[in-house]
Design a protein around this ligand. Structure first.
Ligand code: AMP
Ligand code: FE
Ligand code: FE
Ligand code: ZN
Length: 289
């Protein structure tokens, strides 16, 4: 008998949002990495979950966790919440995704208009061409796609530069996207049947430990279930700090790579190593059952 699998990756993206592998390929790669579970957590859509589910049927040793990643309102940084263990076909999940897609549909043409004014004309078709292998449904186009095209066209030398100069806050083509308050995102994830997890807390941009602690306390008061302690962008000190916060506020511990494929080459599926054993009983019951 093969030894039981011991590691999980609870944060990945596919061509349903801004990843470069299609959902079935993400599942295949997770199985190749001998993972016990992989969560597909595309931004603002659940369209990848059906094809991922079909692919997962061929890999009985791998558990597919249905997920989504949602941005929430946050003044000085990035606040992303993962919904893990959501129920894909429910109306609540579809409603949430539809509202989020509406905000994107409104924002993306404004970014392209800004780029045009800067002498960098870019068409939506050029972005859609990056997503030929996407699942059915309304395509999710994001800033990472625009960044990839800016690199391909030699407007910038790297994705980082694309965000620093054009697409990130303070960049010349930055346009904010309408977002829900954290409490409302958490409630929507619960309505969708999922556990709400604070993704990559490093992205919050907190200036000190006290500020971060206050933020996590507020999210916990709003119903947060867990915190993504292990993540590609966290160093050892941060990982320890987030583990302490999880204990302090009785939050579940999760972790994932934030795999995107080509758009984010530093994120490798299955890295960092996240032992199944870090998950609480509640998370295991909900996600791995
Ligand atoms: P959007 O949801 O369209 O606003 O785009 C956000 C996505 O862009 C994130 O989830 C990342 O995939 C990517 N992103 C944001 N900032 C950066 C950055 N500085 N470098 C690389 N990718 C980034
Ligand atoms: Fe992304
Ligand atoms: Fe994120
Ligand atoms: Zn992500």
């Amino acid at each position: 008998m093969a030894p039981a699998r011991r590691f999980v990756d609870l944060h990945t993206h596919s061509t349903a949002s801004d990843g470069s592998l299609n959902p079935a390929q993400v599942v295949e790669r997770a199985d190749e990495r001998d993972l016990a579970a992989v969560a597909l957590t595309d931004h603002d859509t659940v369209d990848g979950l059906a094809p991922a589910g079909e692919a997962a049927a061929a890999f009985p040793a791998l558990k597919l966790v249905c997920g989504i990643e949602v941005s929430a309102r946050w003044p000085d940084g990035t606040l992303h919440l993962l919904g893990l263990g959501i129920d894909p076909p429910s109306q609540a999940t579809r409603d949430l995704a539809a509202a989020l897609l509406g905000a994107r549909r409104d924002r993306n043409p404004r970014i392209l208009a800004r780029l045009g004014e800067l002498g960098i004309p870019m068409e939506m078709d050029e972005l859609l061409a990056l997503k030929q292998d996407r699942p059915e449904g309304e395509p999710v186009i994001g800033r990472l796609h625009i960044a990839q095209r800016l690199v391909a066209r030699h407007v910038v030398a790297s994705i980082q530069e694309a965000f620093a100069r054009y697409l990130g806050p303070g960049g010349r083509a930055y346009v904010d996207k309408e977002r829900l308050a954290p409490r409302d995102v958490i409630a929507a994830i619960h309505a969708a049947g999922g556990l709400a997890v604070l993704a990559h807390p490093v992205g919050l941009g907190c200036q000190n430990a006290a500020q971060l602690q206050r933020a996590v306390k507020d999210f916990a008061d709003d119903g947060l279930d867990g915190i993504e302690v292990y993540h590609t962008d966290h160093d050892e000190r941060q990982t320890r700090q987030y583990l302490d916060l999880a204990r302090q506020f009785s939050l579940g511990v999760t972790g994932g790579s934030d795999f995107h494929g080509q758009g984010k080459p530093d994120a490798i599926l299955g890295r960092p190593r996240v032992p199944l054993a870090v998950l609480s009983e509640r998370f295991r019951q909900k996600l791995l059952r």
